[in-house]
Ligand binder design. Structure first.
Ligand SMILES: *[C@@H]1O[C@H](CO)[C@@H](O)[C@H](O)[C@H]1NC(C)=O
Ligand SMILES: *[C@@H]1O[C@H](CO)[C@@H](O)[C@H](O)[C@H]1NC(C)=O
Ligand SMILES: *[C@@H]1O[C@H](CO)[C@@H](O)[C@H](O)[C@H]1NC(C)=O
Ligand SMILES: *[C@@H]1O[C@H](CO)[C@@H](O)[C@H](O)[C@H]1NC(C)=O
Ligand SMILES: *[C@@H]1O[C@H](CO)[C@@H](O)[C@H](O)[C@H]1NC(C)=O
Ligand SMILES: *[C@@H]1O[C@H](CO)[C@@H](O)[C@H](O)[C@H]1NC(C)=O
Length: 289
């Protein structure tokens, strides 16, 4: 793991040096509108005067974002396995909607720049309307060349790395363990559109609401907390969640997760044995004596 980290650090160091070449004498120029990462564990932001760097720590990829007003914009283009460059603000983009929080774009006011998506299975009525009105193209995932016409194509982390084009941006709030850490990834998107101020406001609001509610729950003096089994039913199989952020939601809301020692996580309803075991667990956990 170590040589890998060192490589990324040195690559970034080189980027930062290169980016500041022409602006040394103007070092006093103040960079406004910045986002700071407070809670998220898996991305980092760096600001130069005319560029920004985002590091996605989950896949080791870095994005050099060059302001369209900078001289560097026309001259610098990176597209390597580790570093890609974009000229910002990004004025159009497309989206692989699988596991993607489309609402972040909506909250940031960036839906008008959304020009393509891989599926119409999205929760946002606003985006669906745009799609039905023909403002957003439907893209076929089996034909990645369709994505190349957009300045940026945002994908979740599971997409095959081999087929990535130069405009792909891997976006992975799913990799974070806690709800607030996931929410903070709205700043990652804001950076591409110079929308830091708005992204900060949204995150601050989400965070203060969340902490207010979790403090209120923590302040309740009762000794016994409601026991919660967060379960999923899929193709005839019940499973207990193993997602860290869901377990944390339960705790922060004043609940208690069903016993962590339950180590069998999935129960197939076609199996009598499985069903019997599942009923037993639920009975033991939820019966008040
Ligand atoms: C930079 O982007 C902004 C916002 O899209 C646009 O108004 C402006 O014309 C662009 N400037 C240049 C030099 O491309
Ligand atoms: C998507 O592209 C593949 C491969 O070209 C094709 O077989 C499939 O029919 C396309 N799907 C749709 C919905 O157009
Ligand atoms: C997206 O923006 C780029 C750069 O401004 C432009 O060249 C491209 O044609 C645009 N694509 C679409 C689909 O609007
Ligand atoms: C900084 O944020 C303000 C308020 O959102 C906005 O009006 C301004 O254009 C932004 N400036 C830059 C350089 O992004
Ligand atoms: C919870 O208790 C703390 C410490 O007593 C207090 O500062 C805080 O205001 C309380 N929060 C709520 C939401 O009641
Ligand atoms: C559930 O069990 C049935 C019967 O053994 C089996 O056919 C089915 O594939 C199982 N389902 C899953 C998702 O494993």
């Amino acid at each position: 793991m170590l040589p890998y980290t060192v490589f990324i650090m040195s690559a970034l160091g080189a980027l930062l040096l290169r980016g500041s070449e022409g602006i040394m004498e103007r070092a006093a120029v103040k960079v406004t509108n910045i986002s700071r990462v407070e809670d998220a564990a898996y991305f980092q932001l760096y600001y130069g005067n005319t560029f920004k760097v985002i590091r996605n720590l989950l896949d080791g990829k870095s994005y050099l974002l060059i302001q369209n007003t900078s001289r560097m914009a026309g001259r610098t283009k990176y597209c390597t396995a580790r570093i890609k460059s974009f000229v910002i603000p990004v004025t159009n983009y497309s989206l692989d909607v699988n596991y993607f929080p489309v609402s972040y774009f909506e909250l940031l006011g960036l839906l008008p720049a959304m020009k393509g998506m891989t599926s119409d299975t999205v929760a946002s009525p606003c985006l669906l309307k745009m799609y039905n009105d023909g403002q957003v193209d439907r893209l076929n995932k089996s034909e990645p060349q369709q994505f190349s016409q957009y300045t940026a194509h945002f994908i979740g982390s599971n997409t095959n790395q081999q087929t990535q084009l130069c405009n792909y941006v891997t976006y992975a709030p799913m990799g974070e363990q806690a709800p607030l850490q996931r929410a903070e990834w709205i700043k990652f998107l804001g950076v591409f559109a110079n929308m830091e101020v708005r992204a900060n406001q949204i995150y601050d609001t989400v965070k203060s609401n969340y902490l207010c509610l979790s403090n209120a729950a923590a302040n309740k003096s009762q000794k016994i907390h409601p026991v919660v089994a967060w379960m999923e039913f899929n193709n005839g199989v019940w499973s207990f969640t193993e997602d860290g952020y869901k377990l944390k939601f339960v705790e922060d809301a004043g609940g208690e997760n069903i016993d962590a020692s339950i180590n069998k996580k999935t129960y197939n309803t076609s199996s009598i044995d499985d069903l019997e075991q599942l009923h037993a667990i639920l009975c033991v956990s939820f019966t008040q004596f």
